[in-house]
Design a protein around this ligand. Structure first.
Ligand code: ATP
Length: 578
């Protein structure tokens, strides 16, 4: 009954309804506050539960539910959650429907049995039996119950130890245990060995922390918000479960949709997906401009469709693309997708994916509370996974702030740093395409193999710029925000923020183009007098990932504005006429 109510309610324009609030129309979106709070260790509810206590809570009610005091049950449920748990909420627990045990909830009747906790399956329907046995025999616990309790304890402890070891923090109920290894995908989830074989051919021998936790969650049919550092393997974390669950070459319409904020990222995701699926005939499609505008979707074979929101929305509305058979919807770089301008489109795509048993997941390196709250309104019983500290930069990146005084000072500082050492590949971020073109012209005079990428280039030119950097043909790529998110350039040694980033999230994603897949990287950020008011916000990110920041910067007041956008003088060595 409860499930039916949820299914009926949470599909129709959920984001907009939340965003607009009462009395506001569809066209009047107000800007979401997507600012990041200071990096926080997400030691929320579930992680704070001490194991010894939760075991006691678990077995108290199972052995003799009536003997457990209400306050005891309330305490075991409410620890760490905002506010206390009401008596009504606590009561069903006493009646034996659901037993909260720290990171996991064990459901006595097996209604919500989670694959990850195979051991719980044995409990389904057995507890009444156990209880009546106990009444008859008069013994406290028989040997079967003791054995089972120990098995469960071991499972919970194993999961907890793994999470601690890999800095995984979770919030939610019935959270499946993290993976110890990729091989477990075969033994625990019956994964086809070709898929695990492909992982090893790609050189992936151990799952990254986000893969350890997100893969079992998605395989168990649960929805999730996943926040893990840049370059930590989130792409595989959502692709792998799709390839495991979807049968290749199916004819019944699109089975999975992956939304990415940029075309480059969508193209990269398709490439990654094809590599992973090698050996099986999956139809993995990129929604190109042509396909979106003139595709014949009625006859299209497609298992997995990767798109930017606008192209997908266009195909749905103008070309009758049917998304009602979609079983998995992934929002990659989800916080970007929820920014102003995208929300209506995302809403429309969510509505088009009308399969009631769809599983949705959100992935990003930054997850502002406002976005999580908004997304939560449409998610069903979603689990939150945070790896490391929420909204913080990868600890593999050595970060530096450099005061350049003025715009001209930045150009001098850049040239000087190239003369001292140029360790390609290098990415340079500027705040607009005009400035990207200006800086490109300046560097053309220098002996540096530079290229530029921005939104004025066509699709092929943008792809060439990315490929040339990947192939080592260019050493320096000057870029706008277009490639700041998700792009995986192997071995980028240094990211230079020539123009100060407009937000802490933008900073985290930009510098996250280096320091990927376990490699170290460097990030240099120039700032001028005009950037000083926003310096503190970025400095907080440096401090939270262990980098040194002068004390005067930390003493600066925090900026309350959402975005830092500065009108800058053009980039030029030619002196002004005045
Ligand atoms: N288990 C693994 N072992 C080794 N390398 C891996 C593993 N999983 C992924 N990688 C590699 O790590 C790199 C970064 O992965 P990915 O692009 O998925 O990061 P991400 O977390 O999505 O980053 P971003 O937040 O910037 O989008 C890629 O080159 C990928 O091939």
């Amino acid at each position: 009954m409860e499930a039916e109510i949820c299914a009926a309610n949470y599909f129709v324009f959920p984001f907009l309804r939340q965003l607009h609030g009462k009395g506001q129309g569809r066209g009047q979106s107000k800007e979401l506050d997507t600012r990041l709070p200071e990096a926080e260790t997400d030691a929320t509810s579930s992680d704070r539960w001490p194991l010894a206590v939760t075991y006691a809570d678990l077995w108290g009610p199972m052995v003799n539910s009536s003997a457990v005091s209400q306050s005891h049950a309330r305490w075991s449920l409410g620890m760490g959650r905002a506010g206390s748990v009401s008596a009504e909420r606590a009561r069903p627990i006493l009646l034996g429907h659901s037993l909260q045990v720290g990171p996991a909830t064990i459901t006595e009747r097996g209604r919500d049995a989670v694959e990850g906790f195979n051991v719980f399956k044995g409990l389904t329907g057995k507890n009444d039996e156990l209880r009546s046995e106990k009444v008859e025999t008069g013994k406290d616990e028989d040997s079967v119950a003791v054995r089972r309790r120990k098995e469960i304890e071991r499972e919970i402890e194993r999961a907890s130890v793994l999470r601690k070891r890999f800095d995984i923090h979770i919030a939610g109920q019935n959270v499946p245990a993290p993976l110890e290894s990729f091989e477990e995908l075969i033994s625990r989830y019956g994964c086809d060995s070709y898929l695990v074989g492909n992982l090893s051919k790609l050189g992936f021998h151990e799952p990254t922390p986000i893969q350890r936790q997100a893969i079992p969650i998605l395989l168990s049919g649960r929805e999730c918000f996943a926040c893990a550092p840049t370059g930590s393997g989130k792409t595989l974390a959502f692709l792998f479960p799709l390839l495991m669950k979807i049968k290749p070459g199916s004819k019944g319409g699109v089975k999975a949709v992956i939304l990415c904020p940029t075309r480059e990222l969508a193209a990269q995701t398709v490439r990654e997906c094809k590599k992973l699926a090698k050996g099986r005939k999956y139809y993995i499609k990129l929604m190109t401009k042509d396909l979106s505008k003139s595709g014949n979707f009625k006859d299209m074979h497609c298992d997995i469709l990767v798109s930017t929101p606008l192209r997908l929305d266009h195909a749905v509305k103008k070309r009758d693309l049917d998304l009602s058979s979609v079983e998995y919807l992934v929002l990659d770089e989800s916080d970007k997708l929820f920014e102003l301008g995208f929300v209506e489109v995302i809403d429309s795509v969510v509505e088009a994916c009308s399969n009631p048993s769809i599983i949705r997941s959100l992935f990003s390196a930054t997850l502002p509370d406002s976005i999580e709250a908004l997304a939560r309104t449409i998610m069903h019983d979603a689990i939150r996974i945070i790896v490391g500290r929420k909204n913080s930069a990868s600890s593999l990146i050595k970060q530096k702030l450099i005061f350049a005084g003025t715009e001209r000072g930045k150009l001098l500082a850049l040239r000087q740093s190239f003369q001292e050492s140029l360790n390609p590949p290098v990415l340079i971020f500027v705040q607009s395409k005009e400035r990207a073109k200006e800086l490109y012209k300046e560097l053309a005079f220098d002996d540096v193999r530079a290229d530029v990428i921005h939104a004025d280039l066509n699709e092929q030119q943008r792809q060439d710029a990315v490929d040339n950097l990947r192939a080592g043909k260019t050493w320096v790529l000057i870029a706008t925000e277009v490639i700041a998110r998700g792009m995986d350039f192997k071995g980028v040694n240094c990211v230079i923020n020539y123009d100060f980033p407009e937000s802490a999230a933008a900073y985290i994603h930009r510098i996250g183009r280096s320091g990927r897949a376990g490699r170290s990287g460097e990030a240099i950020t120039f700032f001028t007098e005009e950037d000083k008011p926003f310096l503190r916000n970025i400095a907080n990110v440096l401090v939270s990932s262990g980098c040194e920041v002068p004390s005067w910067i930390m003493a600066l007041p925090k900026l309350k504005r959402k975005k830092h956008r500065v009108d800058r003088d053009p980039i030029s060595t030619i002196p002004d006429e005045d």
